[in-house]
Write a protein of this length. Sequence first.
Length: 354
Amino acid sequence: MEAKITRLLQRLSEVEDLLASPTALADQKLYRELTQEYSFLSQLRESWNYYQKMLLQLAQTRDLLLTEKDPELIEVLKEELKDLELQSSLSQKKLETMLVPPDPKDSANTILEIRAGTGGEEAALFVADCIRMYQNYANRKGWRYEVLSSTPSDLGGFKEYIMALSGPNVFRYLQYEAGTHRVQRVPATEAQGRLHTSAITVAVFPEPTDDNAVEIAEKELLVDTYRASGAGGQHVNVTDSAVRLTHIPTGIVVTCQDERSQHKNKEKALRLLRAKILEERQRKQQSDIAALRSSQVGSGDRSERIRTYNFPQNRLTDHRIDLTLYKLDQIIDGDLDDITQALVSHYYQQKLLA
């Protein structure tokens, strides 16, 4: 690890020089790539310096323990040693995750689509919990998010919720959230106190950029407008502001009803449609890399799960990497780093082995 980090940090001064060159300033694509690389290398240097500092303090504390005679001071040093060992271990894991090379798509604007699967109303309520989880995670990361489309359920959950997120490394850390998420808990609606198992599905895909723009001709679109409605048939408004777009060549259908303006709903629906068309194109071009959305999320059946959230045991298990954490309350509150960073590192190792 040390040799790899040393090589990468030697690159930092080269990137600084390149960023100041007329060539980079004249080429916006190159400039963006260099800026992203510079940001990554700067963070790597900061994390490496912190790790080295922890190792030094660890060695010094161990030396003091060998020579110290005062029993009270020995106990203080033991506590300090325990804390330093934890900090050095955490900083090492962070470095290992950072060594996964940057990808051009890392900071691409990302669309997150969450749908209720098996479990009816309880699944819809868990969709609402996951929306809050991802939004809290976005706040911790300094990302921005906005709703593109949502379909509320009768009891305050969501049958479907689609949002767009933007910010540094947003796609890097969210891409492996795609799949079926299983929840085990006693629903608020359960009078007998029995444990229920429900499932939701998550799909994740990057929005098109200037480099891979998706052009849609008006003649390729079938546009339907209808009256937006909320849970229980309550009308959001009394105008035909909701929009359904059908892309005739691919058959992809998207809807949006969250805005009161038909024009704004159509704009958001077009963003979602372009992202889905781009994903379909990439799937066809790189079928061994880019998965079809249906293979990402499965059918929403409980058995097709990537992750289990067990509320009575305060336990989360990610079945792909055999990771189990007993802090589900913190995770549901948006503390996802231990999971997302482990997944980034795991799938990078898988790519190297392949």
